[in-house]
Write a protein that binds this ligand. Structure first.
Ligand code: PLP
Length: 230
């Protein structure tokens, strides 16, 4: 399957899952995850109407944006950082990314705010939540989340848009459902306490339909779009 067909299939599956959940599919943003995907194939997806691309690493994104083709067209692309951000990369990250999904500590939030202030930008961010102890991935614990959200609210150049999670991988996507549901409940609780968190970034190639049924507004999909050669 080429990128065109893969992308069309993924979009159809998003529409069907939205329909099943009684949601409007236009509420759901598809983030094409392009870590390890080279610029020519990113450009192909761009030509097919894809606009938001997710990258894991700051350095890799810089290299791609600087590459000839992507530089000339980069103003049409929205880059999202979906991988862990180290504080010492915050300076470059705020120059590249429209949305950072992975704020998970007060230290990191403060550093990003400081760097973004220097370039006079408002930076959209999500807070990454760790939903289970098995997760080797990063993320703030549920217990510490309210303090972090409060802190971010006090930082002038960050605009908090919602929450992100990356539960462990399950072959059976139904096993991911309780985690996605939990993230939505955590969001709902935070909203009761006055935070406005419209975005839920959850769901990947293997489980995005379940995530949509549980309220995802952003799905991060790599393999299902780019896995099968060019
Ligand atoms: C790689 C990655 C994805 C996409 O995973 P696929 O299974 O290839 O769809 C989504 N989110 C994050 C944080 C990733 O690192």
């Amino acid at each position: 399957m080429g990128i065109a067909e893969a992308l069309r299939t993924v979009r159809e599956r998003i529409e069907k899952a939205s329909l099943r959940a009684g949601r409007n599919h236009e509420e759901i943003k598809l983030i094409a995850v392009t870590k390890t995907v080279e610029p020519d194939r990113i450009l192909e997806a761009l030509r097919l109407g894809q606009r938001i691309f997710g990258e894991n690493r700051v350095q890799e994104t810089r290299r791609k944006v600087k590459s000839y083709e992507l530089r000339v067209k980069s103003e049409r692309i929205k880059w999202h950082l979906i991988g862990t951000l180290q504080k010492n990369k915050a300076k470059h990250a705020v120059q590249l990314f429209d949305l950072i999904h992975t704020i998970d500590s007060i230290d990191l939030a403060e550093e990003v705010n400081k760097q973004v202030e220097k370039i006079n930008k408002m930076q959209d961010v999500l807070v990454q939540v760790k939903l289970s102890e098995e997760e080797t991935k990063h993320g703030i614990s549920e217990k510490d989340l309210p303090v972090l959200l409060g802190k971010i609210r006090g930082l002038n150049n960050l605009k908090l848009k919602g929450l992100m999670a990356m539960p462990s991988f399950f072959e059976d996507s139904e096993k991911s459902r309780p985690y996605f549901r939990r993230l939505r409940e955590i969001r709902d609780e935070a909203e009761k306490n006055g935070f406005i968190l419209p975005e839920l970034s959850m769901g990947m190639s293997n489980d995005f339909e379940v995530a949509i049924e549980e309220g995802a507004t952003m799905v991060r999909i790599g393999t299902a779009i780019f896995a099968n050669g060019s």
